[in-house]
Design a protein around this ligand. Structure first.
Ligand code: DAT
Length: 171
């Protein structure tokens, strides 16, 4: 049976992991958090002193995921999307969160100073949405509000419907 691959992207803190894991469990798809995958496999190519974090080795991440993506049925979660092969994804969701709400989430995650400000700016300038529409066909890129538990539930319902329809159309 053919199953779709979904990308969930957006600024850190918008709710990608929360949505991705729950969706995977409801839809019976597998969930890949690219940050965790890189950590486990040490898929890095250096260290960014300014941001105090390792630099992702994008080519190795793509190599690591290629076989699973060709099989289908994978939900990928990452705060970046321009280095994945376009052909991998059948649909792309960009989660969006209001500034004050995102500020509180990142602050309670322990982000302060430049790191906190940069992430808020990333959301204000809709950096990830623009990256997504430049990297994938516009018709498959969808923005979803991710401020409240009601938003989460609505997003889950809508995406579940999309998955069911895709499975009908492709099997
Ligand atoms: P991300 O994976 O994008 O970094 P997350 O899933 O870890 O984000 O969520 C960050 C925090 O926000 C976490 O405490 C859960 C909460 N959260 C996520 N989605 C939410 C929503 N729709 N409404 C309220 N809180 C939400």
């Amino acid at each position: 049976m053919r199953r779709p691959n979904l990308l969930i992207t957006g600024t850190p803190g918008v709710g990608k992991t929360t949505l991705g894991k729950e969706l995977a469990s409801r839809a019976g798809l597998s969930y890949v958090n690219v940050g965790d995958l890189a950590k486990e496999g040490e898929l890095y190519e250096g260290f960014d002193e300014e941001y105090d974090c390792p630099i992702l080795d994008e080519d190795r991440v793509v190599d690591e995921l290629e076989a699973r993506m060709s099989e289908g049925g994978v939900i990928v979660d990452y705060h970046g999307c321009d280095f994945f092969p376009e052909r991998w994804f059948h649909i792309v969701f960009v989660l969006r969160t209001d500034n004050s709400c995102l500020y509180d989430r990142l602050h309670s995650r322990g982000y302060t100073g430049k790191k906190l400000q940069d992430n808020i700016q990333c959301e204000i300038f809709q950096t990830l949405y623009e990256e997504a529409v430049l990297s994938y066909k516009k018709e498959i890129v969808h923005q979803l509000p991710s401020n409240t538990p009601e938003d989460l539930e609505r997003n889950l319902d809508q995406i579940m419907q999309w998955i069911e329809q895709w499975m009908k159309d492709n099997n």
